[in-house]
Structures are given as C-alpha cells and as structure tokens.
Design a protein around this ligand. Structure first.
Ligand code: HEC
Ligand code: HEC
Ligand code: HEC
Ligand code: HEC
Ligand code: HEC
Ligand code: HEC
Ligand code: HEC
Ligand code: HEC
Length: 443
C-alpha cells in the first residue's frame, strides 16, 4: 500500500558492454503501451493520489468515476483502488503537450536531447568517415558486432521487461508527432537517413555529456558515451579520437526518485531527490547541481541543503496546491522533468468529547464514504491500554467530523485519515463558553 519509497526500475538489465544499452538514464527505450506501473511512477513518484483527488474539486470528477463500488455477497460495499496507471491511461499522455508540438523535447527529456532551435552546433561539413551513422558504419563479420553508429549499442531486446524497442520503433510510436517525418528525416529518398537531421536533437553537446555515474565509470566501457575509448569508437568507428571529446563538461544529471510521496500546501518541505551525476569533476572542473521547480509561469531555483553524487536534500518553500515540474540542473545541463503534486492544506484544530461523541474540527478533511473505510476514517487510541476504542463515523464534512465513541477519554490520541493527509491530536476537554451575563430583573 505504501506509495513512498518505491525503488524504481531501470537497473533491471546490465548488459556490459552493450547492446542493448542499460536503462538507467533518460526514459526506458520502449513504447508507451509497454510501460509498467513502476515505469510511470519513476517520474510520478510524488503526489499521484493527490493529483487525481484534486480533479474532484477542480474538474468535477466523482469518486466513483475512478473507484467503482463493489458489493460483496453479504451486501457490504467497498471500493477497489486501481493503482496501475496503464489500466486507465492507455495511450501516451505526453506527446500532445504544447512543448512536444513545438519541438521542445528537452522540456521533459532534459539535456539528454538538444532542441532544434537552441543554437547548438551541428557540423556544416558533409558527414565524414568519423561521423556516426544513423544505424552503423562497419560490421565485424566474425562477431556480428556493429561499429560507427547508434546501433553499435542501442539495439532492441524483446527478452527485457519491458521489451527494449529499436530506434525506429521508439521514434515511430509517438502519436501524431511521428507523422511529421521531416522532424527527423531528410526530404529525399537518398537523404532519408541523414545524421545531420538526427543532430537537430542529438548534437555533440548532448551526446558528449551522456554517461551513467560518471565518477565511477569514466574509464569503463559500456556505461554511456564518454567512458572508455571503446565508447568513442562505438560512434566514431575505427577512429581513435583525442583523449577529450569536445564539449564534454558537466555530464547530464539523472533523477530516479523524488520523495516524500506527499507535499502539503503552505508548508516548507524537505525533499529528497535521488539519481546520478549530481556532482562531477571533469577536466579539473567541479560541477554541482541545483534543484528547479517549474510552476508553469516561473522557475524557482533552490540550492541543496546537502548534496552527494547520488542524493540531494532540498527545502522546497511553501507552495499553493497544484501540479509542478521538478528537475535538477548542473551548469545548464538539465535532468529529465518529473512531476510533484502539492496537496490542499489539512489542519486539525481540536478533538473534543461532547456526550457520547467526539467532535473533530479543522479544515481540508475532504470527502468520506463508508465504502472507503479501509483507507479513510478516524482512529482513537487510549494513551494507556493497547486497544483502539470502538467508534463509528456519524457525520463528515470538510471542516467537522463527528464520531460516536462512548469510550473515548480525555488524553486519547485521535488520528484522522483524510483524503489529503493523516493528522493526529489528543482528545481535549470541552472548553465551555462563558455563561451569559445575568441581567438582574427589576420587578
Ligand atoms: C520521464 C518522466 C515521465 C514518465 C516516465 C511518465 N511521465 Fe507522465 N508526465 C511527466 C511530466 C513531466 C508531466 C507534466 C508535463 C508538464 O508539466 O509540462 C506528465 C504528465 C502526465 C499526465 C498529464 C497530461 C496532461 O494532459 O496534463 C498524465 C495523465 C501522465 N503524465 C501519465 C503518465 C503515465 C500513465 C505514465 C506511464 C505510461 C507516465 N505518465 C510516465 C513525466 C513522466
Ligand atoms: C480521476 C480519478 C480519481 C478520482 C476521481 C478519485 N480517485 Fe481516489 N485514487 C485514484 C488513484 C489513481 C489512486 C491510487 C493512487 C496510487 O496508488 O498512488 C487513488 C487512491 C485512493 C485512495 C487510497 C489512498 C492510498 O494511497 O491508500 C483512497 C482512499 C481514495 N483514492 C479515495 C477517493 C475518494 C474518497 C474520492 C472522491 C472524493 C476519490 N478517491 C476520487 C484516482 C481517483
Ligand atoms: C482508475 C483510473 C486511473 C488510474 C489507475 C490512474 N489514473 Fe491518472 N487519471 C485518471 C483520470 C480519469 C484522469 C483525468 C483525465 C486525464 O487527464 O486523463 C487522470 C489524470 C492524471 C494526471 C493529470 C492530473 C491533472 O492535474 O490533470 C496525471 C499526472 C496522472 N493521471 C497520472 C497517473 C499515474 C502516474 C498513474 C499510476 C501511478 C495513474 N495516473 C493512474 C485515471 C486514472
Ligand atoms: C510532456 C513531456 C514530454 C515532451 C514535451 C516530450 N516527451 Fe517524449 N516522452 C515523454 C514520456 C513521459 C515518455 C515515456 C512515456 C510515453 O511514451 O508517453 C516519452 C517517450 C519518448 C520516446 C520513447 C522512449 C525512448 O527512450 O526512446 C521518444 C523517442 C520520445 N519520447 C521522443 C520525443 C520527441 C521527439 C519529443 C519532441 C518532439 C518529445 N519526446 C517530447 C515525455 C515527453
Ligand atoms: C558505445 C555505445 C553507444 C553508442 C554507439 C551510442 N550510445 Fe547512446 N547510450 C549508450 C549508453 C550505455 C547509454 C546510457 C544508458 C543508460 O544507462 O540509461 C546511452 C544513452 C543515450 C541517451 C540517453 C537517453 C537514454 O535513452 O538512455 C541518448 C539520447 C542516446 N544514448 C543517444 C544515442 C545516439 C543518437 C547514438 C548514435 C548517434 C548513440 N546514442 C550511440 C551507449 C551508446
Ligand atoms: C521522432 C523522429 C522520427 C520521426 C518523426 C520519423 N522517424 Fe523514421 N526513423 C527514425 C529513427 C531514429 C530511425 C532509425 C534510423 C536508423 O536506424 O538508421 C528511423 C528509420 C526510418 C526508416 C528506415 C527503415 C526502418 O524503419 O528502420 C524509414 C523508411 C523511416 N524512418 C520513415 C519514416 C517516415 C515515412 C516518417 C513519417 C511518417 C518517419 N520515419 C518519422 C526517427 C523518426
Ligand atoms: C525531434 C527530436 C529528435 C530527433 C530529430 C531524433 N531523435 Fe532520437 N531521441 C529523441 C528523444 C526525445 C529521445 C529519448 C531520450 C530519453 O530517453 O529521454 C531519443 C532517443 C534516441 C536514442 C537512444 C535510445 C532511445 O530510444 O532512447 C537513439 C539511439 C536515437 N534517439 C537515435 C536517433 C536517430 C538515429 C535519429 C535520426 C534518424 C534521431 N534519433 C532523431 C529525440 C529525437
Ligand atoms: C553517441 C555517439 C558519440 C560518441 C559515443 C562519441 N561521440 Fe564524438 N562526436 C559525435 C558526433 C555526432 C560528432 C559530430 C561529428 C560529425 O557530425 O561529423 C562528434 C564529434 C567529435 C569530435 C570532433 C570531430 C571533428 O573533427 O570535428 C571529436 C574529437 C570527438 N567527437 C571525440 C570523441 C571522443 C574522444 C569520444 C569518446 C570519449 C566520443 N567522441 C564519443 C558523436 C559521438
């Protein structure tokens, strides 16, 4: 049930040296329909329930639109909480976004790709023998090993879970985007597979900065583009390049997970971001990262409270409820974009005994229905005895919950498990209103 602390897939395979390439950076090389729940959660690790529950307030959704009510043979009702994203989201919800239509793929994919209009360098000379091919330039007949192009390492693997798709398949399954052939191809048959077109998104600037865990792999083959000379020759065939690949610098940072799973409006929150390449030293220069929150209207750059190569702790200032983007940036090299959702505030003012009832006051308790009693409700625990006091919900509104609970005592701990959060407070004595002043009656 716990949504926090999910370990993210990606390190599922380890083919060193490739092909297929590992799947630790960027997006898993597959098509949308093959994504498993945890692949979606890799970027939506924070605030998935809240993102949906805010649609009730903001878009008029009903609880039952997403949680069908079921009746068991005894006539008791309950709901099923479906958690697998792709049960409800069947096709790519991302490539119709305005940034995708505008060709600004880096908005979500980060600096793993360049944008066609960001001014990055594309060589003006005709492709030479060292220019990588869109697929490959040389084949070693003895081993079937390809050299000199993307297919030296990026090849499909239908035994991986989820299956790794080929480069044409990953690029040809992006909905309407994939119908615009000239984004990626030249406009004549001979020119169809033209690396210069690929370089509009895969320029030297991004390609020479892709390496997983640079600090430990910068002299090893198979973990990216700029480790061992073997990597260089993967793209540049037999050409043994200089020691340094031009424009190699900060190395693109990667995010695997963001926690906590819930961030509340109006509160400062310490957020933990885990990933790779948050700090690197390349060519004697130390590079370090900041965390950026994208509100849609502006970006807020935050310096980490603490940082290692694989973990950042950062204090996110109080935000209004809503959905935000988060990425890590290191000398202008951006990780992919992940989402965080800030839930509406929940406050708990008091829990008071009134006769046989406990009256709970506060704000933001959200909605309740007995079908959800497995997930939502009130628990009253005595400070001394171990047993939870037996109570039933009498009424529930956004600001006031009444529980029938004859055995509750002052000092017991009341815990409200509400849609947007869980809060506890001790039951306190009723503070009575001062008596009405008595006006003497003159007879
Ligand atoms: C690489 C990270 C990443 C992965 C993986 C990912 N998402 Fe997203 N998703 C995003 C980002 C970022 C946004 C918001 C884009 C923005 O704010 O501009 C988003 C937005 C969405 C939206 C809202 C679209 C809209 O119209 O506003 C839905 C729905 C969604 N994702 C579902 C999914 C599902 C289902 C999966 C798994 C198949 C998934 N996501 C995998 C990053 C990701
Ligand atoms: C637009 C779809 C949608 C609507 C509408 C919706 N939910 Fe949910 N709800 C979800 C999804 C998806 C999850 C699972 C989230 C996860 O696993 O991270 C969920 C989870 C839950 C959970 C379990 C929380 C947990 O993590 O254990 C409860 C309780 C719940 N919803 C109650 C409600 C109630 C009450 C309403 C109406 C006020 C409601 N939901 C409306 C989609 C929705
Ligand atoms: C029970 C069905 C259901 C499940 C399961 C579900 N969603 Fe959704 N989700 C919806 C519906 C319905 C909407 C609203 C329509 C839309 O944007 O597609 C929605 C909207 C969203 C949004 C946009 C929210 C906004 O602010 O507009 C995101 C992001 C999202 N879902 C991500 C996910 C992710 C990630 C998972 C899995 C962890 C998931 N959903 C599981 C039904 C579901
Ligand atoms: C709103 C965020 C967003 C934008 C903008 C975006 N993508 Fe994606 N892209 C994703 C997410 C999330 C996935 C994985 C889930 C899916 O397919 O929806 C993905 C998957 C892919 C994949 C397959 C995965 C892989 O590693 O091969 C390719 C290729 C791709 N996108 C290309 C593009 C191109 C080209 C553009 C720009 C024209 C673009 N994307 C813009 C979010 C985005
Ligand atoms: C020498 C092997 C090799 C060659 C050749 C190669 N790559 Fe890679 N590439 C890798 C490895 C390894 C990774 C890191 C995979 C990971 O850990 O996620 C990677 C990652 C990437 C990424 C980051 C996103 C992702 O899916 O992981 C992009 C984009 C990329 N390569 C594009 C290309 C392009 C374009 C070409 C051809 C011009 C190419 N690569 C050739 C090995 C190679
Ligand atoms: C987002 C980028 C992208 C778009 C858009 C795109 N392609 Fe491709 N295409 C690729 C990639 C990457 C390859 C693999 C190149 C290679 O292996 O040499 C490819 C390969 C091909 C091939 C070689 C045969 C094969 O499938 O391996 C043909 C033919 C082709 N594309 C035609 C098209 C046509 C026609 C369109 C428009 C309907 C189109 N492509 C749209 C990226 C794209
Ligand atoms: C419009 C932008 C765009 C163009 C043009 C483009 N790609 Fe990509 N390519 C992407 C995106 C986005 C990804 C996904 C990166 C990630 O995993 O986050 C990608 C990923 C890749 C990868 C890494 C493996 C994978 O699937 O993630 C290879 C290899 C690749 N592209 C080859 C090519 C080749 C060859 C061409 C030219 C035929 C080409 N691309 C043209 C945007 C583009
Ligand atoms: C993923 C593919 C890829 C990998 C791996 C790669 N490069 Fe490159 N490199 C390129 C591309 C693309 C160019 C632009 C050359 C062109 O288009 O003609 C380039 C250009 C160069 C150039 C400039 C060539 C010139 O004469 O202008 C040098 C030098 C170079 N790379 C060295 C390296 C070294 C050293 C490594 C390994 C540490 C390396 N490259 C790894 C793709 C790659």
């Amino acid at each position: 049930m716990a949504v926090a602390g999910l370990a993210i897939v990606g390190i599922a395979i380890a083919a060193i040296p490739p092909p297929p390439a590992n799947q630790d950076l960027g997006i898993y090389d597959t098509v949308c329909g093959e994504f498993a729940e945890e692949d979606c959660r890799a970027c939506h690790s924070s605030g998935v329930p809240d993102a949906h529950h805010m649609l009730v307030q903001n878009e008029g959704y009903e609880c039952t639109d997403c949680h069908p009510v079921q009746t068991d043979p005894d006539g008791d009702t309950g709901v099923e909480v479906i958690r697998d994203c792709v049960v409800c989201h069947e096709s790519s919800p991302h490539h119709g976004a305005q940034e995708a239509v505008d060709g600004h793929c880096s908005h979500c994919h980060g600096s793993f790709v360049d944008d066609y209009d960001d001014g990055h360098m594309i060589p003006a000379y005709n492709p030479s023998l060292i220019t990588p091919d869109t697929s490959f330039r040389a084949l070693d007949n003895a081993t079937d090993k390809k050299w000199g192009g993307c297919e030296a390492c990026h090849e499909p693997d239908n035994k991986a879970v989820p299956a790794i798709y080929s480069n044409p398949d990953t690029h040809h399954n992006l909905g309407n985007l994939s119908l615009e052939c000239d984004r990626c191809h030249g406009n004549s048959d001979e020119n169809l597979l033209n690396i210069r077109k690929c370089e509009e998104c895969h320029g030297v600037k991004s390609l020479h900065n892709i390496q997983y865990d640079y600090a430990s792999t910068n002299d090893q083959p198979g973990y990216g583009h700029v480790g061992d000379n073997w990597d260089c020759t993967g793209c540049h065939a037999w050409y043994v390049a200089y020691n340094d690949a031009p424009q190699t610098g900060p190395i693109i940072p990667g995010i695997t997970q963001v926690s906590p799973a819930r961030i509340m409006a109006g509160e400062e929150t310490v957020v933990n971001v885990s990933g790779t390449n948050f700090q690197t030293t390349v060519g004697g220069i130390n590079y370090t990262s900041d965390v950026v929150i994208d509100t849609g209207e502006e970006t807020i750059t935050l310096s980490p409270d603490s940082i290692t190569d694989s973990e950042i702790m950062v204090t996110v200032p109080a935000l209004d409820s809503g959905r935000y983007g988060l990425y890590v940036v290191k000398s202008e090299m951006r990780s992919k974009l992940v989402t965080i959702t800030v839930a509406p505030p929940v406050t708990f003012d008091s829990s008071i005994i009134v006769g046989d009832n406990v009256v709970i006051s506060g704000a933001g308790f959200g909605e309740y229905d007995s079908s959800y009693n497995e997930y939502l409700g009130v628990i009253i625990e005595p400070g001394t005895a171990a047993d939870v006091v037996d109570c039933t919900i009498d009424s529930w509104s956004d600001t006031r919950i009444v529980v029938n609970c004859p055995d509750a005592r002052i000092g017991d701990l009341t815990t409200v498990n509400a849609l947007y959060g869980k809060l506890s407070k001790q039951v306190s004595p009723q503070i009575c209103a001062p008596p009405e002043p008595v006006t003497p009656r003159i007879v």
